[in-house]
Design a protein around this ligand. Sequence first.
Ligand code: ZN
Length: 465
Amino acid sequence: MYRKTMAGLLAAGVAFSFNGVMAEGPVQAPNAQSSSAFDNKIIKKISSDNMYNTVAKLSQQPREAGTDGELVGAQYIKSQFEKYGYETELQPFPFYETVRNNASGALQVNGQVFTPYVFSGSYSAEVSGQVIHVGKALAGTVSDEVKGKIALIERGDITFVEKIQHVQDKGAIGVIMYNSSGSSNAFGQAAYGQNIPAVAITRAEGLALVDKLKTEPLTSTIKVTGSGYVEKTSYNVIAKLKPHKNKDNGQVVMVGAHHDSVHGGPGANDDASGVSAVLELARVMANMPTDTELRFVTFGAEEKGLLGSYHYASTISDKEADRIVAHFQMDMIGSKDAGGDNPAGGLIMYTIDGKKNLVTDLAAAAGARTAAAEVIPYGQLGRSDHQPFHELGIPAALFIHSPVEPWYHTPADTIDKIDKNKLQEAAEIVGASVYQIARPDTPALEHARVAPGPVDYDFEDRPVQ
Ligand SMILES: [Zn+2]
């Protein structure tokens, strides 16, 4: 028995001194014949029926960020966390969405009337002035002469937003951008805060103006109404559970998902599935003794560009970030139709840098001893809320079935596509991993004397779509 114990400790890479007596108290190593005994306190309590019911509840209506549907979902999630005894917060944050009223765009140059395309998010205003050609408006190339004038810009090489900014910084009052190829004028996006109107014309129209400018001055009027940015509010739901005071090791472990859906999509798998696992793990861990703060967060506006998780990350001080030892992100963990023929239903752990970290180490091993009964591979992908945590230096990974299902981001992402076994397996893996960090007999990760040993697991270059 002791020998096996020693082997387990060595496999876990634990340093200790041994001279007939264990240096630090008794050790309860997992038994090789039933290694899941280590996790039983957690995994036996995880109910995929509960998770399925959460997905059913949340997917009754779309939850696009900034809509009532999101708020209803967020309030439900908050109420569940509160029921489980967590210190809970609904954290609002503003975001800005473009409105574009193309019909409103009007453009005249020396009396010639154009039907321009209004940039998405273009500032609404009417301006008149002399036209000046500034080429592609690359950095450092725009002269001071643009001040008070309307900049005629060629598309290409840098972003629309950069081009607008370069001429706005020099005092331009409007932008006419012509295409770099083809016959279309449908392009262009302005950023929030860029307060000059911007419209697009075809390449042929643009080149004709460039030609005319060689022989005569041109005066233009641009009129844009009903376009620009509107402020909306999205929410993160944050739930914390402090460890017992005497056991507190100062560490925090985080588990996240996003509760918002795409526009018009019920988002059963994307990502009510991840939320269902967050809530279920919060429930089963609520009364467990831990030495680590548990922090469960569901993010808003993930589908708008990870806005909720970036907002949340911006509220974390460097000191607090140092205390967060891991972030587990679950996004799309329940689809029957995802994962192809890959083992474990296609479950994979994606990291931002394509490298292993604490999260993937723990979860790869947990996969082998929980319901999935597979060592989970890892790969490289951003595109979810693990990104800002990685940027804070926190070990983070995304759990997802890859490749994704055909219903991804469609109105057909509904409850009938959800597989309870997949929910169960993903939740067990994350739950067992989180528990390995949080349980009080693993005081610091590197001294985790009772932890199951590590496993070998592989990188897979598996595209998610
Ligand atoms: Zn999505």
